[in-house]
Design a protein around this ligand. Structure first.
Ligand code: FES
Ligand code: FE
Length: 449
């Protein structure tokens, strides 16, 4: 896709270093079309966790940008990401969220593909296609690269560019504290929550990357119900590599905490994982130092562009904000558990997740309403010409090692009242939007002259 000067101007109008983000980037269809290329066809995108496709024949379905994807462990044991679009007429061949199968049969005319994506069955093959159709040429389109970090699978259409681990960069330090603190690994509660919000994908993602500023006011009702208390002024926001984390806590970290002292958050739900997390902090303190261990649980965060998580004493979740047009976002979300948690704690964690951040959760509904109305405020002729203000904490940022008190803490950090993570989010966004595309141009179909 070539970029005309009008589109280049829209992308260039983001001045993240001044905290100014042009609102046209949330509503303009040309900007959105360029995002599908430069962001979603040229980056590592979260696909799922290996435990969700543990056995041959296991599959889950997801999206990369707007492209529907099947993540399938073939009968040869390899995990592949396959475009979930029949090579005959484009029908979605797999309509299930997850399952186990030896083949995928298209509902339209019954072309049938193996769990590795090869075209194996074609009705009327001998009567109608003899000598014309080479089945080897018409398998499901496979995502160019699939790589795994700590069991988290990511896909990338671009054949060139950094490996997944290189792309994550310094964020691996924080990723490990969230998702690899339990030596036994994590498990994903079966069954994704899936729902849509009428908003741009960036509004949801930047909220998870950093936005502590909204919590006290937007979530005032849950606070009245006793789920939360007033936000403290203590906390941190860190961006490192391609990721972001942030957390609020009421008690300053003390030097003599020995890595065992939890950071008390603004949540007032029972801290059901306290004992387990104290043990995790102790183990991490021995391996990586007390200062980093005290960050557990890390709070909220995101990985550019659309992966996000919450990691709290009460529950943990991961989610993806799939774009479905400039003003529509499809959310896939899972409750995530450390494998070593006792069964009764796992059950309690799942219930607190449902209460707060399931699609009908008390806090999730507050957020969805905000995001939808931000989109409404920006889509008009005048509204789209203004800038959003992301100046909170501008000029107050330090190195993360200074905020955390550990030289092993990479990245840039601000205090709790900061939009530094948002500014970095839009720095990434602009860099990718201005870079040339390396996504593969579609290969011509066999037989095309
Ligand atoms: Fe799939 Fe026709 S669209 S078999
Ligand atoms: Fe919120």
């Amino acid at each position: 896709m070539t970029v005309g000067s009008h589109l280049a101007d829209l992308v260039g109008a983001v001045q993240y270093d001044k905290g100014l983000v042009a609102r046209s980037i949330f509503v303009d269809p040309e900007v959105y079309a360029l995002e599908l290329d430069r962001i979603f066809a040229n980056n590592w995108l979260f696909l799922g966790h290996e435990s969700q496709v543990a056995e041959p024949g296991d599959f889950i379905t997801t999206y990369m940008g707007e492209d529907p994807i099947i993540v399938s462990r073939g009968h040869d044991g390899h995990v592949r990401a396959l475009l979930n679009a029949c090579r005959h007429r484009g029908m979605r061949v797999c309509r299930s969220d997850e399952g186990n199968t030896s083949f995928f049969q298209c509902p339209y005319h019954a072309w049938t593909y193996s769990s590795a994506g090869e075209l194996e069955g074609v009705p009327k093959f001998r009567l109608g296609y003899a000598g014309v159709l080479d089945k080897k040429e018409w398998g499901l389109r496979e995502v160019t690269r699939v790589e795994s970090y700590r069991g988290f699978l990511f896909g990338n259409w671009a054949p060139e560019g950094p490996s997944l681990e290189e792309w994550l960069g310094d964020f691996t330090t924080y990723f490990d504290l969230i998702f690899a603190r339990d030596p036994a690994g994590i498990e994903v509660v079966p069954g994704a929550h899936r729902w849509t919000v009428d908003t741009n994908w960036k509004i949801a993602s930047e909220n998870f990357a950093a936005d502590m500023y909204h919590v006290e006011h937007s979530h005032a009702r849950p606070a009245e119900l006793g789920l939360m208390q007033a936000m403290p002024d203590e906390g941190y926001q860190i961006s490192a590599g391609m990721g972001f984390v942030g957390h609020a806590f009421t008690r300053p970290v003390s030097e003599d905490a020995g890595g065992e002292e939890p950071l008390h958050s603004y949540w007032t739900l029972p801290n059901i994982q306290t004992e387990f997390l104290a043990e995790m902090r102790k183990q991490v303190a021995e391996e990586k130092g007390a200062a980093l261990a005290r960050l557990i649980p890390l709070g909220h965060g995101a990985l550019f562009p659309t992966f996000a998580f919450l990691d709290l004493e009460q529950f943990r979740l991961m989610r993806v904000h799939h774009p479905q047009g400039p003003d529509r976002t499809l959310i896939h979300q899972w409750c995530v558990l450390d494998r070593s948690l006792p069964a009764d704690v796992k059950d309690a964690v799942r219930k607190q997740y449902e209460l707060t951040f399931g699609p009908a959760g008390l806090l999730e509904q507050d957020d969805g309403e905000n995001w939808r109305e931000c989109q409404n405020g920006m889509r008009g002729f005048i509204g789209r010409q203004l800038d959003s203000n992301m100046m909170l904490g501008l000029g107050l940022e330090k190195s993360a090692s200074e905020i955390v008190g550990d030289d092993n803490a990479p990245g840039v950090a601000g205090g709790i009242w900061s939009e530094g993570n948002q500014r970095r989010f839009y720095e990434h966004w602009q860099r990718f939007m201005q870079a040339p595309s390396s996504a593969p141009a579609s290969e011509p179909s066999p037989g095309r002259g």
